[in-house]
Each structure stands twice: as C-alpha cells, then as structure tokens.
Design a protein around this ligand. Structure first.
Ligand code: GLN
Length: 427
C-alpha cells in the first residue's frame, strides 16, 4: 500500500494555495524570491519524513533561527543565567519593535529582534566569528546536514541593518550587551542568512518535538528542560503580535520568518515546515499560516485538544492461576500523573486475594518522575500491607532507580519468570 500522507499533504497545498500578501522587498535577495513557491515537510519524532511541493527549495532562515539560537544559548549558559538576561513575556508587538523592559533594559523575549540579537551574543565563542560558527554548526546538527550562510543575503541585510544596529547600541547603552554591538548584529545577520529548505526546518523542529534528540541521527542535542523552555517561548511569543490568534486557532509552538517560512514543533509528535514567500502585515507567510490552521484542525494538532492518556494507562489487571498466584497490574504508554493515578486508584480499591502483587511495566514507554514516585510509594504501601511486590520491568523503566534505604525491588523480565520464580534482584 502507498502511504496516504503525501497525497494528503498535496491536497492541503492545493486547498491553501490562493494568492495573498506580498514578498518581503527590503533586500534584493528576498525581493527576488519566486512568490509562487509553496512547499511543506512533516517529520515525525521517530524519523518518518513526508514532503510535498517545493520542500527542497533553499531560502534564508531569518527569524526561524531565533528559537534555535535561544536553545544554544540556554545550553551554553544554563536556564537561570539566560532568564536573568532575556525575558520570557510576550511583547504583543511587531518583531522589530524596540521592546526593552523600562527598568532592567532587558529584552522582553528571545523571539523579537532585540532579544534575538542579545541571545546571539550569549552563545559560546570568544569573538563574533566563533559565535557565528557555533550557531552555524549547531543549526547543522539540528538539521542533520551541513548548512551554509547565503553570503549575498547576509551582506545586503547587514548593509541595511540600521534598526537592528540601533537596538544593539541601546542594549549596549543599557548595560545588558557585553560585546561589541556591530559585531553582534553582523553575527545575528549571518545567523538569519543561513540557507535551509522545508526539509531541513522540519528536521530542526522535529528535534525540538522529540525533546532534543535528533529523530534520524539519534544524537541528543539539547536537554529536556532547554527544549521545554524554547517551545514555551515559541508558543507564547513566536508569532509576535499575532500570538493570541495563533494560540487559539492553531495551538502549535511556532516561528515564522520574513523569507516566507513557518515552522511548528508539536511536542512528542511532529516538526512541520511550510514555505511560501508572500507575507501578511505581521511579516508571516499567508499560505504558511493557512496550512498550519488546516493541519491543526484536520489532524487534531492543537496543544489544547485534550488527550486523555490517563484512561489508557492501566491496560488490565488479573490474577494468575495456581499455587503461586499473583495479582498483576498491567500498564502501558507514557505514564504521567493522570496515568499513574488510575493505576494507584485501582490498586488502592482492590481487595487482594494473593500474597504476591506484580506491577507489569513491559508496555510502559516512558515513566515520568511523578509516575515513578507514585508507583514506588504504591510498592511501599503494598509491602506494609504484607504483600510481596514484584516488578515486571524488562527495560528497567521503574527499577533503574534504587530505593534508598530500602530493600531492593524484586524485578523480573517477564510474567513467565514470575510464575516459575527464577527472579533476580537489582541492587
Ligand atoms: N533578518 C530579519 C531581521 O532581523 C529577520 C526578521 C524576520 O524574519 N521577522 O530584521
């Protein structure tokens, strides 16, 4: 069978293709873009990539670079240090608004130019060239291939970067920018001029959606807390003065750029990139936004579309037969508070008829810290009630963590092992 997904993407392009808006014309390289280009790429967190239309056409990354540079600076300096220097509040203003906090001189967030310019200066590197290279290499790792700067777009943009230079000088004057303002704007301009395609951007976004691990190379590029911070700021500030409309209509952490690209990263699911150069008055791709609205509603991608993972966490519970009978609680999926709570509730309500109780985590894909603590507390309470507790945990999802000051958990690889009792103990 041929996958229906590429056909669906073609249909979306067809449905969203009506012309509107105007190509950015403040530099010749952007003004020369073919306005009819239209491409899309969707990359899943487990490495499937679907593309349609002009998905391999190159364009400058522009403001879609901002979340990735923010991620690199967060990784280099740590979240608390970055929080002191760059805010996380939506500005509700245009991307190039000179938006600095009156008292601290701190930019409102890293998605507007003032914050993005300061953020570029905070990436590791002893001078401008080293910082630019750190950014280019970092982006290349997120994309999974070597990316290059469009030198001609970069020099045109730098020659007309008066507003950005003005902002950098203000940042310097207010004491928040430590290095040379001209160097920083030059580096920021190079960052915006890195050439990418929808395919590259979808992989970069999918790395965020996959909590920092590249879906194809499997390299861990960012920590979970950094990714969470970046996607939160994309969600609240990524679409500038249209952030509220975007949240309600689309509900996907996103970022647009004046070259006509829009990227979205849906946690745990997909990275999406759309390219179409005609822009609306906010400087975002008209058809790009339309496509995201369509994908969000067709594919249930809105973050606030409520998933009820708790309801499927407990796959079943049963009592095995025979002399060495055991009551088994079989769990599945991604266990957070709501999922673990359904398991805890079932165990608490049960009137156990067997001495042995087993928690079967064979089908648990990920146990969040809250789930781990709740299950360990269950084990403790069951033991206080006089039960022998076993954990069926071939991947060591629960039992990888030692219970300090307690007897080790009794862990087995499969239910068969429980019944014939060749168990082994984890230290
Ligand atoms: N290079 C552009 C700038 O800083 C990027 C703007 C954008 O894509 N919104 O002005």
């Amino acid at each position: 069978m041929r996958s229906p997904i590429p056909d669906y993407l073609l249909e979306v392009l067809d449905a969203c293709g009506a012309d509107a808006g105007a190509v950015a014309d403040y530099i010749p390289e952007l003004a020369a873009a073919n306005p009819d280009r239209f491409g899309i790429c969707v990359a899943t967190v487990d490495g499937a990539v679907y593309a349609a239309g002009d998905a391999d056409v190159g364009f400058t990354i522009q403001s879609m670079s901002k979340p990735f540079t923010y991620a690199l600076a967060l990784a280099d300096r740590g979240i608390p240090d970055m929080d002191e220097r760059v805010g996380v509040e939506p500005s509700g203003e245009a991307f190039n608004e000179i938006s600095l906090d009156r008292e601290s001189g701190r930019p409102r967030n890293a998605m507007i130019n003032a914050g993005a310019i300061l953020t570029h200066s905070l990436v590791d590197g002893q001078d401008g060239a080293a910082r630019s290279e750190r950014v280019r290499q970092g982006f290349s790792r997120f994309a999974g291939r070597d990316l290059v700067v469009d030198e001609s777009a970069s020099s045109s943009e730098f020659a007309s970067a008066h507003r950005n230079l003005g902002m950098a000088h203000l940042l310097k004057a207010s004491g928040v920018l430590e290095c040379d303002p001209v160097d920083v704007v030059e580096g920021y301009t190079r960052q915006c001029s890195i050439t990418v395609s929808c395919r590259d951007l979808a992989m970069m976004a999918a790395t965020l959606a996959n909590a920092g691990t590249h879906p194809l190379t499997q390299e861990r590029l960012l920590s979970r807390p950094v990714v969470r911070q970046v996607m939160s700021v994309m969600m609240t500030c990524g679409m500038y003065d249209a952030a509220g409309d975007w949240m309600t209509d689309v509900g996907i952490p996103a970022k647009s750029g004046v070259s006509g690209g829009v990227i979205g990263a849906l946690p745990g699911q997909v990275g999406v990139a759309v390219f179409s150069p005609r822009l609306d008055t906010h400087g975002s791709s008209v058809r790009g936004i339309r496509v995201f609205e369509r994908l969000s509603s067709d594919m249930g991608m809105h973050l606030m579309d409520v998933a009820q993972e708790g309801r499927s966490a407990l796959r079943g519970s049963y009592v095995s037969e025979g002399e060495d009978a055991v009551t088994v609680y079989e769990m599945q999926g991604d266990l957070r508070f709501a999922g673990a709570e359904t398991v805890v509730r079932a165990i608490a309500a049960a009137d156990h008829t067997t001495k042995r109780v087993a928690l079967d985590l064979t089908r648990v894909y990920r146990l969040h810290d809250v789930g781990r603590r709740m299950l360990l507390e269950c084990v403790r309470r069951l033991e206080l009630d006089g039960r022998d507790v076993l954990v069926i945990d071939p991947e060591r999802t629960l039992s990888g963590t030692a219970r300090t000051g307690k007897d080790p958990l009794e862990v087995v690889d499969s239910l068969d092992a429980v019944l014939s009792r060749p168990t082994h103990r984890l230290e």
